[in-house]
Design a protein around this ligand. Structure first.
Ligand SMILES: [Zn+2]
Length: 115
């Protein structure tokens, strides 16, 4: 049976999958482990709740190189800014009294004006 080694660990399953996908795309049979334990983050020690990327022994050197290249790209690109929060739509308001408009009603619950 092929032995596997952990080449990457992080706190976010999404990140582990991005890494594993990148490795697989480059011919490394990477697998993500510990994903379910990760949901227990906070309930068990953090070191035991890391999501891990494992590769077969034969692919470790290749994977390490790919990860180093990835890290180098990230370093030059800078940390990607978090996606901006979608703007919260302004709560519709009654044009007459300004009370927040409740969806599903034809008249303002506050002043009775038609909406
Ligand atoms: Zn009103």
């Amino acid at each position: 049976m092929t032995q596997h080694q952990r080449v990457y660990s992080c706190l976010h399953p999404f990140e582990a999958h991005v890494v594993a996908n990148h490795l697989r795309h480059n011919g490394v049979a990477a697998t993500v482990r510990n994903e379910r334990l990760n949901r227990l983050l906070g309930a068990i020690p953090m070191s035991e709740s890391m999501v891990e990327v494992w590769v077969p022994d034969d692919d470790v050197a290749n994977a390490t190189e790919l990860l180093a290249a990835m890290a180098a790209i990230e370093a030059t690109a800078g940390v990607a800014p978090d996606a901006p929060e979608p703007p919260t739509p302004a709560a519709p308001q009654c044009g007459h009294c300004g009370a927040p408009w409740e969806r599903g009603f034809d008249v303002c619950w506050n002043c009775g004006s038609a909406l």
